[in-house]
Design a protein around this ligand. Sequence first.
Ligand code: ZN
Length: 164
Amino acid sequence: MEVDPVSGQWSVDGLPMILVPRHLITNNLHAVEERIGYDASTTLFRAPGYHSAQQWCAHQAARHGLKGAAVVRHYLEHMSRRGWGRFTIEELDLDRGRARVRLDDSALAARAVGPQRSACYMFAGWLEGAVDHVRPRDATGVRSREIRCRAAGAEHCLFTVDET
Ligand SMILES: [Zn+2]
């Protein structure tokens, strides 16, 4: 982590960063869900999450000379080190556009979203962006879903990625 002595801006590995308390993120999510509804909120955060993951992967792949599955692994390792939760890849098949990612201790699952609901839907767009980033340009798009969530009583959260 570097702090520019003049501007005070933070960066990690060449990317500008902002350190915020976790409650800022969860309070923002609650505010959006209250205003536009849970379902609309899951849709709203998908595209920016997708684009942000793609930006991150492009930057890091170029900086570290990574390709293919190594980019996705690198991405999830870093997100795991930054307090979002511990991501573990259980399956990753880029040719078929499939993945299964376990998430323990999700930073978003501590909040209440109601029974049978995914609290960590924000990560679905991230996973789609990361997997899509290393798929061939003409490949079918992928869709990620959180199929089990700690907030809904599961032992850990679980995401799948499949071709659309
Ligand atoms: Zn979850």
